[in-house]
Design a protein around this ligand. Structure first.
Ligand SMILES: *Cc1c(COP(=O)(O)O)cnc(C)c1O
Length: 356
């Protein structure tokens, strides 16, 4: 349990390890390396230069990023990527961009893409078998549907450049970066505080862009300036670095993936066993990061939220369009928090049985 004595199942901004919060707080007061606060240092200082290069090195190491890929730190969240991707890779092109519609965030990306070029959509919720036309400008997908609680466990084999929004499951499991032309993720789901967006992109793909773009919307400007074209989100990058150091020390992505699987399994097992509750995602697509479920008798929903809150379980209300509950089990959420939630489901159900 965290120092605030809450079990934080919030979908984002996410729970961060206590040690990371402590280190970040210390650096706000007094960052030894510079003798100033981390909030006051110049982004051009050698101390911050070391931070940003170290963060990049950690991303490369933890995700095994190939040499011919750039690791970039942007702002604007994953939502800015929804428009930056088509601005760069389909604007002015006669080719069609193909988008997988896996849910809420995929649909937001589709809406933006339509402003810049031709878009074809594939409904992943309907079918897991689909073909991507070889003539497509690129194929865009969302690896984890944060709202719906579904996750992609395989990615298509295609010669078309694959672009993936990995906001809510990056660093939660091993991925083969070489299969993607570009990966992006808002930091606040599994990496750090809000304010920073990670982009990992193949250099030849970035260089395929031929039309002029505003500097702040051109990936190559970030690459060619080491993500220091303008003032980057210094504190968000610093805290993400601390979090990635924590992950590395813990054993990296392979180890955390095993833990994440155990956490999700424990919760889904209880949801399936407990007659009062029901999972919301199709069994084969169940996300290991965001577990969506409901109470069969919806009138009990507010009672369960109260019951959970009294036990310090917070952030489990489902997204407004989905309803029910959502428990996010990001990397930093300890197994004991999952146990606390499992116990709450069981005890609430037992109490109901007694009342009947
Ligand atoms: C949260 C989220 C977004 C939106 O991220 P912002 O950083 O708030 O713009 C986009 N995609 C996915 C998959 C998300 O989980």
């Amino acid at each position: 349990m965290s120092k605030t004595s809450k079990h934080n199942f919030g979908a984002g901004p996410c729970i961060l390890p206590q040690t990371v919060l402590k280190q970040a707080a210390d650096a706000v007061e007094h960052w030894d390396k510079a003798g100033l606060s981390i909030l006051e240092i110049s982004h051009r200082s050698p101390e911050f230069e070391a931070v940003i290069r170290n963060t990049e090195a950690l991303v490369r190491e933890l995700l095994d990023v190939p040499e011919d890929y750039s690791v970039l730190f942007l702002q604007g969240g994953a939502s800015l990527q929804f428009c930056m991707v088509p601005m760069n890779f389909s604007q002015g092109s006669p080719k069609t961009a193909v988008y997988l519609d896996g849910g809420y965030f995929g649909q937001k990306a589709i809406k933006e893409a339509k402003l810049f070029g031709k878009v074809e959509t594939i409904d992943w919720k309907q079918s897991k078998t689909y073909t991507i036309p070889g003539s497509a400008a690129y194929f865009h997908c969302t690896s984890n549907n944060t709202i719906e609680g579904t996750e992609m466990f395989s990615f298509p084999e295609t010669p078309v450049p694959v672009i993936c929004d990995m906001s809510s499951d990056i660093f939660s499991r091993k991925i083969d970066v070489s299969r993607f032309a570009l990966i992006y993720a808002g930091a606040q789901k599994n990496m750090g505080p809000a304010g920073m967006t990670l982009v990992i992109a193949k250099n030849t793909f970035l260089d395929s862009v031929k039309h002029p773009l505003p500097s702040m919307l051109d990936y190559r400007v970030y690459r060619d300036n080491g993500s220091l074209y303008n003032t980057p989100p210094v504190f968000a990058i610093y805290t993400a670095m601390l979090n990635l150091q924590w992950l590395k020390k813990k054993g990296g992505v392979n180890l955390i993936a095993r833990e994440n699987l155990c956490k999700a399994q424990a919760l889904y097992d209880e949801i399936d066993r407990n007659p009062l509750f029901e999972g919301l995602a199709p069994a084969a697509d169940r996300s290991l990061m965001n577990v969506t479920f409901k109470i069969r008798n919806e009138a009990l929903e507010p009672h369960f939220l109260d019951f959970a809150a009294r036990r310090g379980l917070v952030g489990i209300r489902g997204y407004r369009t989905v309803g029910g509950f959502r428990a996010s089990l990001y990397n930093a959420l300890p197994y004991e928090s999952v146990t606390a939630l499992v116990n709450a489901l069981r005890d609430f159900s037992n109490d109901q049985a007694l009342e009947i």
